[in-house]
Design a protein around this ligand. Structure first.
Ligand code: PEP
Ligand code: MG
Length: 856
């Protein structure tokens, strides 16, 4: 074979000042074993990565932590700042170049915040590797301390271009679709693993995502595809061993290519998205005048239909100068952020913090690097800013809507909402607010949080959508506005003529068509009575709640943050029985720090004042509610897997930080700690031990500590627990699902998941008995605490505290004042003897009975 003349050496100068280190010593096998390529590592003393040679930027990771230059001779030099820095999602990095830029030695490539990276990532060690390994004949790394731009760090002796191997004869094989399970996508490490295995085969192997493809034997090319978690990819191979290659690579890709924390993606790999994410079959009523859906916001409304359709905004596909298109997009995004900030401020000032938070989350969505990347790459390919942007957010939303977690899937709607906001700014198409007559019931396929913010509450009395569900942001907003909502309604709702009278029951999830005028008038009168009663409840909300015999009950609030605490006090809440601390952890890229948590807990305690108790439940997330920065392996039965305290004990660093924050805030009020999902005494003792260790370290006084009783095992062993805990709070939402072995969100079983089932009541009774024996108090913080039919039973069973949602506080307090303890006790005993939840409910007339039953 003819010897190809050697190309002169490639000399690389220091991209950073610092200490040189052999690549083999890097504490990451991907680099140490030269899977990405051979090179050198620097322990940096400077904070701006500079070009080590002349070249063109061929790849820049969206996180800004890695960049690749290609020399004119086709040699690719990749620089990776820090280890595991992909997880920082761009925080701490300011790229100074973009793909396609030509640079010369010493030009700034990426500025970074060394302090931030050193404290938030595994290491600051920065690797410089030649990824085109087949072009390297020899490599001579230097040692010692170097100065950026001046000293040589390595000399690379190259071999000339080898002739491209002739296309291999052989079969072409394409894999099934694979959903990428790596939480941070195919970044350097999994890309290197994939490329290394692919290289073992003779076949030409390509990785495909949508319309884009990359050589699966090139780390840089794979990284350039910017494959994210949940992306659908295919492998294509052609050559003599194509079949073997595909068979070997599929399971590796499915299992995350050795990435720690890879969560197998939520849909089976062999199916296509999004069509396969079919909603659960919807029940259909036999009665042609009754449409069934999901109860999303309680209340009844009688009104006239107004069909709302989101119009399609026309956009031009071809763009002008990509630079100008990019500027147009950036400007529109900035303007949208300003709009959202103004909306957030308005809602905050109207004491609507929950809603304000939703629009704060929208601003964050506009900073999502992956979303922006999709748009920017389309602009780079000649598309117009509106076209590129619409493609980006619709693609991204389609991906989200396929996720198994209902919570994440509903965020797709938020993304479309914020996406459309920017699109309107880009196209100048304004939203036309329909003229609504009084007593309107809006019917739509989907409503967005922006629609909700613009809603004229004086005219709209109910909402009904074919999409969405009870946990969507629209439902949350509607509940805070006290507007009844039926989500996931039978699509026949979209055919109801404009102006047709209907009766909507947000508690039952039904819409009745063609009601008689008498029916409408009766409901109207009842609603007026209800409004009057609500006004009266509010007037007495600040008075204590005691039975006719003078027995005091604490009515406290279930809250998610500081503003809820302020609202709870205004509504007569006598404290907080459940702070769902997971709200602080959701919708963000990293966990809140100890400092941030302590600040929030302190603010909540201060909002409640020195007398009102604050029960902080430690992080209660699980397989069904993943946090992006806390990957939990996919569970076959997420409700039976790692949830609640099990996660806290498995990842004690998260629990420890949270407990420290709670303890630090504990001096600001009557702070209590509560552990969720406790099933065994061992779990409780382990969690309490962590609390005690941290308390001693901080030197603060002990605080009351208790458990949620939401697993039947805890209720059945309440006596053993009662000896050790200071209080119980019964989580009837979970206790009911676990007692009946019925998923609380199951579309078909949900109506049967009723906390008034005598089995659940009996567990509550035994929990209270055990607590009494040891002088401990018992609260109920599940949904039935705010159910007027359940309140007399819970009082009769002997609970001390009811922790309810904010709007129900005045009503429940007013109801308690009408009840006799002795009668409640009798009623409770009778309820325990019934044989079904329905029979129990029949014993306890609903306050709204006159409305129910007539509607659906
Ligand atoms: C419960 O399970 O009843 C409870 C209050 O907790 P969550 O609804 O947050 O699971
Ligand atoms: Mg629970």
């Amino acid at each position: 074979m003819e010897q190809i003349p050697a190309i002169p050496k490639l000399v690389l100068r220091a991209p950073l000042s610092g200490h040189l280190m052999s690549i083999e010593r890097v504490p990451d096998p991907v680099f140490a074993q030269k899977m990405v390529g051979d090179g050198i590592s620097i322990d940096p003393l400077s904070q701006c990565l500079a070009a080590p040679c002349d070249g063109e930027v061929v790849q820049l990771h969206s996180g800004g932590h890695a960049v690749t230059l290609a020399t004119t001779g086709g040699i690719e030099v990749m620089m990776h700042i820090g280890l595991d820095t992909v997880a920082l999602k761009g925080q701490g990095f300011i790229p100074k170049v973009k793909v396609g830029d030509k640079v010369t030695i010493g030009d700034a490539l990426i500025e970074f915040d060394a302090d931030y990276i050193a404290t938030h990532a595994k290491s600051l060690l920065t690797q410089i590797v030649i990824t085109t390994q087949d072009r390297v004949a020899a490599l001579a790394p230097r040692a010692g301390i170097v100065t950026a731009g001046k000293d040589i760090i390595m000399e690379v002796t190259l071999v000339g271009d080898k002739a491209e191997a002739k296309a291999q004869a052989g079969k072409a094989v394409t894999s099934e679709a694979i959903l990428v399970p790596n939480p941070t996508g195919l970044h350097a490490r999994p890309a290197a693993v994939l490329a290394n295995v692919a290289k073992k085969f003779k076949a030409n192997i390509r990785l495909q995502r949508g319309e884009d493809q990359a050589n699966a034997k090139s780390v840089v090319a794979i990284m350039g595809l910017e494959v994210s978690y949940g992306d659908k990819v295919n492998l294509m191979a052609q050559g003599p061993d194509a079949e073997e290659a595909i068979a070997a690579l599929i399971p590796m890709l499915q299992q995350g290519l050795g990435d720690e924390g890879a969560v197998p993606a939520p849909a089976p790999a062999s199916v296509t998205l999004p069509e396969t994410a079919a909603p659960a079959p919807r029940p259909r009523s036999e009665d042609p005048n009754l449409l069934l859906g999901v109860a999303a916001s309680h209340g009844i409304a009688a009104g006239n239909v107004c069909q709302v359709r989101h119009e399609e905004i026309a956009v031009k596909e071809e763009g002008e100068d990509p630079y100008l298109e990019r500027r147009t997009l950036d400007d529109a995004i900035e303007q949208a952020k300003l709009q959202l900030a103004a909306l957030q401020a308005r809602l905050q000032s109207e004491a609507n913090p929950g809603k304000a938070a939703i629009f704060a989350a929208h601003q964050e969505l506009l900073e999502d690097p992956d979303l922006l990347d999709i748009a920017i790459s389309a602009i780079a390919k000649g598309k117009s800013a509106p076209f590129a942007w619409r493609r980006a957010y619709t693609t991204y939303a389609a991906q989200l809507s396929t996720l198994k977690s209902e919570l994440l899937a509903f965020r797709a709607n938020d993304l479309r909402d914020v996406g459309e906001r920017v699109l309107r700014l880009l196209t100048g198409v304004e939203t036309k607010e329909p003229e609504l007559p009084p007593r309107t019931i809006l019917v739509a396929e989907e409503l967005t949080p922006s629609d909700m913010a613009a809603l004229d509450r004086s005219r709209v009395v109910g909402l009904c959508t074919t999409g969405g569900g009870a946990t969507s942001h629209v439902a949350i907003l509607a509940r805070s506005l006290d507007i009844p909502v039926v989500a996931g309604i039978d699509p026949r709702a979209l055919d109801v003529p404009q102006g047709a009278p209907v009766i909507l029951d947000g508690g039952k999830g039904t819409v009745r068509l063609n009601p008689t005028p008498e029916e409408v008038a009766r409901i109207q009168r009842l609603l007026e009575r209800q409004a009057a009663r609500r006004k009266a409840d509010l007037e007495t909300a600040l008075q204590p709640a005691q039975t006719t015999e003078g027995q005091r009950l604490e009515v406290v609030a279930n809250i998610g943050g500081v503003a809820d605490a302020q609202q709870a006090v205004r509504l007569g809440g006598e404290g907080v029985g459940l702070l769902r601390s997971e709200f602080l952890f959701m919708g963000r890229g990293v966990a809140p720090s100890e400092e941030e948590q302590a600040r929030i807990y302190r603010a909540i305690a201060e909002a409640l004042g020195p007398e009102r108790p604050l029960v902080i439940r430690t992080l209660d997330v699980g397989g069904d509610k993943p946090l992006p920065y806390l990957p939990i392996p996919r569970e076959d039965n997420p409700f039976l897997g790692e949830r609640g305290i099990r996660i806290g004990l498995d990842r004690p660093e998260i629990l420890r930080v949270q407990l420290r924050a709670i303890l630090r805030a504990s001096t600001a009020g009557k702070v209590h700690v509560m552990f969720p999902m406790v099933a065994t005494l061992a779990e409780w003792r382990a969690a309490r031990a962590v609390l005690e260790e941290e308390r001693e370290k901080l030197g603060v006084p002990p605080i009351p500590v208790g458990i949620m009783v939401e697993v039947p095992a805890a209720a059945l062993m309440a006596e053993q627990f009662a000896r050790e805990v200071e209080f119980f709070s019964i989580g009837t939402n979970d206790l009911t699902q676990y007692t009946l072995a019925m998923d609380r969100g199951h579309p078909k079983l949900a109506p049967q998941v009723d906390g008034l089932n005598p089995a659940v009541l009996s567990l509550i009774a035994s929990t209270v008995r055990a607590a009494r024996q040891y002088g401990k108090w018992v609260g109920v913080c599940g949904g039935i605490a705010g159910d007027p039919q359940a309140v007399p039973l819970l009082i009769g069973l002997g609970v001390d505290e009811l922790s309810v949602s904010l709007p129900t506080i005045p009503r429940i307090k007013a109801q308690i004042r009408t009840l006799s303890l002795a009668e409640c006790q009798q009623l409770a005993q009778e309820a325990l003897r019934q044989d079904s939840a329905a029979a129990v409910r029949a014993l306890c007339p609903s306050l709204e009975e006159d409305l129910d039953g007539r509607v659906g």
